[in-house]
Design a protein around this ligand. Structure first.
Ligand code: PLP
Length: 395
């Protein structure tokens, strides 16, 4: 067989494995599913006229998030990016500070830092979790930072590094024990971007509840959706109060007076979106169970293709498998685009992982450590269709 023939066979094998799991027709990467009380609760909003900034569903959804995640407090907001912006602000991030974030994340993580006038500082990834490379990060901080008056300073830029943001990629928990230790050692506030990991546990505890604050997203493509929405999680009562206060225009409670004690944000989640969230979270366990079984189907389909690794939940973790992930190797990474092209031509939505944030125009000049692992992952990862409805039993 010619070299060329071999490569065509490889691409065909991968496409066939995906088709074997998802079947034919238009297949989305991740689509929402409304088979619970969504219509009922939204009708209630319309019937009662409570569609906007007041109403019982916001309180109910926040309570449901507390119950589900085990966080002491949950504050809902308009989207996950706003949640992260406010969480970072409450963690003490100010204009001119640096914030350590993975280079391999969705752009929102970096944007939330920028909205505060702070500067993202990029960290490499590691292969067992697709999250922060704690070994490399510790070494890097040891040689490139110094503690001054209790704060961690970047020796080169002379700016304080205020926080570290782990992001739980595609729902897989990062190395949280190590990350928390690094936070303590270098005096960095930990703020978790748990936008992708609602329902994912690290050593039995919900992601987003390890840091000082954590954030969730309920965008349409996430595990559950409110149309658009997000939440801040924390165990700290005064941070929770402040989060509610500054995301609701910093208005002092009064029957009629408009008194605002600082420049607040209009980031509150409307009641109609929270109603959707209440219905969605009632069924989250079923959705995640289906997503985990879908993973098993992919595992079987890819078992005979040794050049491809199907990414599996890290040790001691229970993952929501938000997006199913395959990783090509050094020999097969050159076929990534052919696989993307073939599948999308067939109507099957697949996509590459993000470009590294430091390679995006607005972040070209931000500080960074060596990013060899993230760079490689960014060439080798493909996400596969991951909707819970794609699971078909006895395949
Ligand atoms: C989805 C997502 C967000 C925020 O999402 P919104 O669309 O603003 O709700 C933030 N970080 C990551 C990693 C995400 O995947």
């Amino acid at each position: 067989m010619s070299r060329n023939q071999l490569s065509i066979n490889f691409v065909n094998d991968v496409v066939a494995a995906i088709q074997n799991v998802v079947g034919a027709g238009q297949i989305a990467l991740h689509e929402p599913n409304f088979d619970g009380n969504e219509w009922k609760y939204i009708k209630d909003c319309l019937d009662s006229n409570y569609v906007s900034s007041v109403g019982k569903y916001v309180d109910e959804f926040e309570q449901a998030l507390v119950t589900y995640t085990g966080a002491k407090y949950a504050i809902t907001v308009v989207n996950g990016t706003a949640a992260l912006q406010i969480a970072l602000k409450l963690a003490g991030v100010e204009q001119g500070d640096e914030v350590l974030i993975p280079a391999l994340t969705f752009v929102a993580t970096a944007n939330a830092v920028s909205y505060l006038g702070a500067i993202p500082h990029f960290v490499d990834s590691e292969i067992s979790t697709l999250g922060i490379n704690t070994g490399k990060l510790r070494e890097y901080l040891e040689s490139n930072t110094e503690l001054k008056a209790g704060a961690c300073f970047n020796k080169e830029s002379n700016r304080p590094i205020r926080a570290l943001v782990p992001m739980h990629t595609f729902g897989h928990p990062s190395l949280l024990d190590e990350i928390l230790l690094i936070g303590q050692e270098f005096n960095l506030a930990i703020v978790e971007d748990a936008a992708e990991s609602l329902g994912s546990l690290y050593k039995g505890k919900h992601t987003g509840t390890f840091g000082k604050l954590g954030t969730l997203s309920f965008n349409g493509n996430k595990t559950i959706t409110t149309g658009g929405g997000g939440a801040i999680l924390t165990d700290n009562e005064s941070l929770a109060r402040r989060a509610k206060h500054i995301t609701t225009t910093a208005k002092l409670p009064h029957k009629w007076e408009f008194d605002h004690d600082e420049i607040g944000f209009n980031f509150r989640m409307p009641n109609i979106n929270a109603a959707l969230g209440c219905a969605q979270i009632e069924k989250i366990s079923d959705k995640i169970a289906l997503k985990r079984r879908l993973f098993q189907n992919y595992k079987e389909a890819f078992s005979s293709i040794s050049e491809v690794t199907l990414f599996e939940e890290p040790k001691n973790c229970h993952s929501n498998y938000w997006l199913q992930t395959i990783i090509l190797n050094d020999q097969t990474e050159k076929f990534r685009d052919s696989i993307l092209e073939e599948t999308n031509l067939l109507g099957i939505s697949t996509r590459p992982i993000w470009k590294l944030i430091c390679d995006l125009g607005p972040y070209n000049n931000s500080p960074s450590m060596n990013l060899d692992v993230a760079r490689k992952l960014s060439r080798q990862i493909i996400n596969l269709p991951s909707s819970p409805s794609l699971f078909v039993g006895s395949k």
